[in-house]
Design a binder for this molecule. Structure first.
Ligand code: ZN
Ligand code: ZN
Length: 321
């Protein structure tokens, strides 16, 4: 059995790119295929649809302009979620987190019969690569100058949560999970299947993308066994033992992304004003009715649970003494 502690080091960029299943290249207006002489050109606005010619783009624009801005946000989210799951190591730990959440963390979650497809909400955030920029945005370092104008951001997994009512219909979940059941492995026929809903932004102004998944019996066994695993920490050049828990599995992914300064995993991008606003606002007592409160609450939750913030708070109190 591949215990997480025995796993190989995370994949190379090349392997991750191979794992990303892109859409079949086809013109989104005339459905003509791509040819070697005539590669498709993407819409510069959303970068999520492609055309074989300027004529097709022009024909489609009156309809497309209505959805182009939303597609842009959605395409960023879809790309990040797809890239995250294309990394076998990250997918492994996300599945473990979900298995632990569904099996043992029953206080906050309804007990789900495994015959029914499950759904979980996995909010994603863009946070500064440099923990000090995180602190500067929040105003936690009063003597420091302002953060730089352009902040390098990294993808971070916020949590695994129950799905808000009405976000995804039962039928939608069913048809998503049917795509798994169709090309079934007979040995895994009884393994729980469901959907991850990735979300960015706030509950009212959000972008979501759904991915069907199966939690294999192997993953369930590792989660139940509950053996600790090791994570390599670059700063100390050593392994840090971690308990098998929901938050340490999420933290495993987040630390690995933070440590990937060369962007081998393709999960970095510049922070948008919206990303920065969420972190700034997390430092203040937010209003529950405020639209940004959901994402700010996630930041606060992560600061309580994850080691990187512990270190930051530690540094802070050292300074005070
Ligand atoms: Zn065309
Ligand atoms: Zn567009």
């Amino acid at each position: 059995m591949a215990h997480p502690s025995e796993r190989q080091s995370p994949q190379t960029t090349k392997e991750i790119k191979r794992n990303i299943r892109g859409a079949r290249p086809m013109c989104d207006y005339c459905h003509g295929s791509e040819t070697k002489e005539n590669p498709l050109k993407r819409c510069a606005g959303c970068r999520s649809i492609s055309y074989c010619s300027r004529a097709c783009q022009k024909q489609n624009w009156p309809q497309h302009k209505e959805v182009c801005p939303d597609l842009r946000t959605k395409s960023i989210l879809t790309k990040l979620a797809t890239t995250l799951l294309a990394n076998a190591d990250f997918f492994h730990f996300l599945k473990l987190a979900i298995a632990i959440y569904l099996d043992f963390d029953l206080e906050d979650a309804p007990s789900l019969p495994l015959a029914e497809p499950f759904t979980v909400l996995v909010p994603l955030l863009i946070e500064p690569e440099d923990i000090l920029d995180f602190a500067r945005l929040r105003g936690d370092l009063p003597n420091e100058t302002n953060p730089p104008e352009k902040i390098q951001g990294i993808l971070q997994v916020g949590a695994v949560l129950p799905i808000p009512e009405g976000l995804l219909s039962k039928e939608a979940v069913m048809s998503l999970t049917n795509t798994i059941r169709d090309d079934d492995d007979p040995l895994e026929r009884d393994s729980p299947t469901g959907a991850i809903v990735f979300m960015m932004g706030s509950l009212n102004n959000r972008s979501i993308t759904e991915v069907p998944i199966r939690i294999s019996s192997q993953i369930l066994a590792i989660a139940k066994e509950g053996q600790p695993f090791m994570q390599f920490i670059i700063a100390t050049r050593g392994y840090r033992p971690r308990p098998m828990s929901l938050f340490s599995c999420i933290e495993y992914i987040n630390i690995a992304i933070r440590q990937d300064t060369q962007d081998t995993f393709l999960l970095r991008r510049d922070m948008s004003p919206m990303d920065e606003m969420i972190i700034r606002k997390s430092a203040t007592e937010y209003d529950r009715s405020d639209d940004g409160s959901f994402a700010c609450g996630l930041i606060k939750l992560r600061m309580k649970k994850e080691y990187i913030y512990e270190a930051l708070l530690q540094d802070d109190s050292d300074k005070d003494q």
